[in-house]
Design a binder for this molecule. Structure first.
Ligand code: C5P
Length: 308
């Protein structure tokens, strides 16, 4: 939407269909094989001219979203402004539906949405590859949030290759009543490996790879194959940090999900369903089980941020 000098962008969240975690690099990031899928749950980012950079937030969890310079959408506007030589005097309003600290890349979606929205507001027409490199400066997941669809991210997750996925996947997301911090989850993952006498440095570990079975299932639109191969190497760590997540996982499986796993670094759990009506039934049963704070259904893959 672009009226009276404002622009609104719908920015989708994501699920990590497979997250394979390798060793920690000397820059502190972990080598990943990260299979991303953008899903139809969105934050709306509205930008309008203002005398200074200002952030407001509405929606569930808004009190946990920073409204200062640390907000990733604010950083996105500042970075794009600097790149284009534009003063980033802009009011960014984030209408949140994605869970905060939920592992669905809510912050990264807001950053990707702010890049697209400010680019339109300022009439820049920045080329996509330039926006992608700005996105990578903002965070490991932001390039994927800009790209959308389905993709494999290697390196720290920012180096992307699109993956074919001809079939719509139906997901149920169980939202926890708490968030998990991404650096804390990676830190705990490394501690667990160290305590178990396992290597944890990138130099001592093979480069992570997605499973051939998962890529094949995605390409073939094989839901049963996908259910058999979705995985997240951080799930054991997240459930060790918050054991109640195991109950959520079991509740989703008991509710009829084909498979379930931790979403990104959590604390959201993602479940795969055969079709949309079944996904809606699973979400209702999950809510009734009280094994999560809320639950909703979303489909994927969907395109990246779009002007609303
Ligand atoms: O890139 P981003 O700012 O989203 O990363 C947040 C934190 O997550 C990093 O500071 C790091 O602790 C952890 N991380 C990691 N390896 C990655 C991506 C993120 O260790 N590949």
């Amino acid at each position: 939407m672009s009226n009276a000098g404002s622009v609104t962008v719908r920015a989708p969240g994501k699920v990590n269909v497979q997250l394979v975690v390798g060793g920690r690099r000397t820059d502190g990031f972990h080598e990943l094989a990260n299979v991303f899928m953008a899903v139809s749950s969105y934050d709306d980012i509205t930008v309008s001219p203002a005398d200074r950079l200002r952030i407001t937030v509405s929606g569930p969890g808004k009190e946990r979203v920073p409204t200062n310079d640390s907000n990733l959408a604010a950083q996105a506007a500042t970075l794009l402004g600097k790149h284009a030589g534009v003063e980033p005097g802009v009011h960014i309003h984030i209408d949140k539906r994605l869970p905060v600290a939920g592992g669905m890349a809510g912050g990264s979606a807001d950053a990707a949405g702010a890049l697209v929205a400010c680019d339109a507001l300022w009439g820049l027409g920045t080329e996509q590859h330039v926006l992608m490199s700005l996105a990578a400066e903002l965070g490991s997941d932001v390039p994927f949030n800009l790209l959308g669809g389905t993709a494999l991210g290697i390196g720290r997750g920012e180096s992307l290759t699109r993956l074919p996925c001809p079939r719509t996947c139906h997901w149920v997301f169980a939202i926890a009543g708490f968030g998990l911090s991404t650096p804390e989850v990676y830190g705990a993952h490394e501690r667990r490996r160290r305590e178990a006498g396992l290597p944890f440095a990138a130099a001592d570990m093979p480069t992570p790879q997605p499973s051939a079975a998962l890529l094949e299932a995605l390409a073939q639109g094989d839901t049963a194959g996908l259910a058999a191969s979705i995985s997240n190497d951080l799930e054991a760590t997240a459930t060790a940090l918050r054991p109640e997540l195991t109950r959520t996982l079991k509740a989703g499986q008991a509710a009829g999900a084909l498979a379930g796993m931790l979403c990104g670094t959590g604390a959201t759990m993602a479940f795969l369903a055969t079709d949309r009506p079944e996904a809606e039934r699973i979400a209702e049963r999950l809510l009734a089980s009280e094994a999560c704070a809320s639950a909703f259904v979303a489909d994927g893959p969907v395109p990246g941020p779009t002007l609303a």
